[in-house]
Design a protein around this ligand. Sequence first.
Ligand code: ADP
Ligand code: MG
Length: 224
Amino acid sequence: MNDVLAVSGLKRSFTQGEETIHVLRGVELTVAEGEIVALLGPSGSGKSTLLQAVGLLEGGFEGSIRIAGEETARLDADGRTRVRRDSLGFVYQFHHLLPDFDAQENVVLPQLIRGARTDVAQERAAALLAALGLRRRLTHRPSQLSGGEQQRVAVARALANRPALVLADEPTGNLDEATANIVLAQFLDLVRGEGSAALVATHNERLAAKMDRTVRLHDGVLES
Ligand code: ADP
Ligand code: MG
């Protein structure tokens, strides 16, 4: 019963005109507490669709998604927002940082939204950013940071509220190979240190090999 994520019978299809494509055809997946799982599959195989479902970002799905023990299928919009805020962290291929806020403020903000005290949130943001090698970048805005630094701020933001599960969609897909390797290693170290679990979509087998376990999307179902 220590699964932070349990997905069962998850289906999603898209209809455009006459054509219906069945992207997810009955996905089964569990992620244990603290486990880091690589979600592999070629472009178009449905990795982002699966992460959107688990992230409770979109409707239109069939099946069961339990997050930290709670069945999410019947939650209303407020309930989904609560689960996202309390249990999930997100990292995307592009950082989506707020351009007018500095690195530290971008990591402080989600904590304030969740009710943290400002000084506590600032301290945690500084510690997370320091762990990612950004001690000297706290007051830089996103436009003043390199691509790798921007992604590291996004990683710190995702972990700010100590999520049980981090969902990462090609988190280093926008970086050159050397930078991607460094940022991924730091991401994995930090997630492990924090004790969070993670589900990380990638089409890069070598990056996937650094995680605890690999699952592969093929023809709409997951293979181990
Ligand atoms: P991946 O992330 O593995 O590259 P995606 O989940 O983005 O794959 O897409 C899987 C398939 O679903 C693709 O064929 C894509 O065109 C289709 N798809 C994804 N989102 C939509 C949508 N909103 N409307 C129609 N088709 C979509
Ligand atoms: Mg994708």
